[in-house]
Design a protein around this ligand. Structure first.
Ligand code: NAP
Ligand code: ZN
Length: 359
């Protein structure tokens, strides 16, 4: 008979899991593998709450394996190292993002793009190469191959820095790949949530002109005065949308729900690029006329490789970029998820795991 999650491995672990598509999280005892020769064991301090966690706990993408312990914006302290570990020692402050294993041999892995490896293993809701199920950062400890562990810069706060491990790299990587780094170019950021608000900050650090494209008029004042955006466009205001036609070089679309792409494409100039990183549960409709008429490009992007994630953390540390967060206790997670579903968070919930995960 298969062993229970609690008895499967030698290291006892405790977290919060969802058991069904209600998405409600509750305490969950499970276990982690022994610290292997190339592994580090990490005591989790903080974990960000990504909208992907919400999609997953509610099985909106259709591939959730319950029970699921979400969380892939993890910051913690190394408590054990395997004998072959070179990058880290006990006591180091480290981060873990969305991926924890890949094949290390394929074309993607060879190019430091482990995120595009066909055999990539996610931090939660995946099966490890050894057959064990992965559980994420809404928990006390995690055991990870050192290759997938990030050095967390000393001057980044561990709570407000945690969201960079997914939200940060997800917007930084397409900026680098699609050349959205040229000072003075005009970037639109659609959706001012966890990803979107970090995109505004990173875009400004690259010297771009940044316009937020949002459904929430109430976010305008803060977007400009606190986050540093140059302007704010409410997508439901036809006059303002019309005035902004043909003004943007790039748009990074972080919207989590199904929405029309036509209005966004019309905001782009000739040769403009619309990069989708949001992952709505249903396909989006792509109008071809505005695309063809302006020789525009629609692309996508999925998190980033480990090397680039380290580069992004160092970039954010250098430029003083962190997320704007609401720090919550583990016991507040279900309310936080309800609020996240309504875009009611400024701009990322982060769980104070070490101080609030009691058994
Ligand atoms: P979030 O904090 O909930 O932000 C999403 C924003 O989208 C909201 O704040 C809201 O902004 C806007 N929005 C929500 N519903 C909308 C609707 N019906 N119509 C128009 N706009 C709407 O989510 P997040 O954590 O930033 O994640 C955003 C998406 O990216 C999710 O789908 C997530 O799964 C995905 N994601 C992808 C990757 C990747 O590697 N590609 C990585 C992480 C996350 P306004 O209030 O400003 O309109
Ligand atoms: Zn995420």
């Amino acid at each position: 008979m298969a062993k229970s999650p609690e008895e499967e491995h030698p290291q006892k672990a405790f977290g919060w899991a969802a058991r069904d598509s209600s998405g409600l999280l509750s305490p969950f005892h499970f276990s982690r593998r022994e610290t292997g020769d190339g592994d580090v064991t990490i005591k989790i301090l903080y974990c960000g709450v990504c909208h992907s966690d919400l999609h997953n706990v509610k099985n909106e993408w259709g591939f959730t394996m319950y029970p699921i312990v979400p969380g892939h914006e993890i910051v913690g302290t190394v408590t054990k190292t395997g004998k072959n570990v070179k990058k880290f020692k006990v006591g180091d402050r480290v981060g873990v993002g969305v991926i924890v294993e890949s094949c290390k041999r394929c074309e993607s892995c060879q190019q430091d793009l482990e995120n595009y490896c066909p055999q990539t293993i996610l931090t939660y809701n995946s099966y490890s190469q050894d057959g064990a199920k992965t559980y994420g950062g809404y928990s006390d400890i995690v055991v990870v191959d050192e290759h997938y562990v990030l050095r967390f810069p000393e001057n980044l706060p561990p709570d407000a820095g945690a969201p960079l491990l997914c939200a940060g790299i997800t917007v930084y990587s397409p900026m680098k790949y699609y050349g959205i780094t040229e000072p003075g170019k005009h970037l639109g950021v659609a959706g001012l949530g966890g990803l979107g608000h970090v995109a505004v900050k990173i875009g400004k650090a690259f010297g771009l002109k940044v316009t937020v494209i949002s459904t929430s008029l109430k976010k305008e004042e803060e977007a400009i005065n606190k986050l540093g955006a140059d302007s704010f466009l409410v997508s439901s205001d036809p006059a303002k949308m019309k005035a902004a036609i043909n003004t943007m070089d790039y748009i990074i679309d972080t919207v989590s729900a199904v929405h029309p792409l036509g209005p966004l494409l019309s905001l782009l100039k000739l040769n403009g690029k619309l990069i989708n990183v949001g992952l709505p549960e249903k396909p989006l409709e792509l109008p071809i006329f505005p695309l063809a008429m302006g020789r525009k490009l629609v692309g996508g992007s999925d998190i980033g490789g480990i090397k680039e994630t380290q580069e992004m953390l160092d970039f954010c540390a250098k430029h003083g970029i962190t997320a704007d967060i609401e720090l919550i206790k583990m016991g507040d997670i279900n309310t936080a998820m309800e609020r996240l579903a309504k875009s009611d968070v400024k701009y990322r919930f982060v769980i104070d795991v070490a101080n609030s995960l009691s058994q």
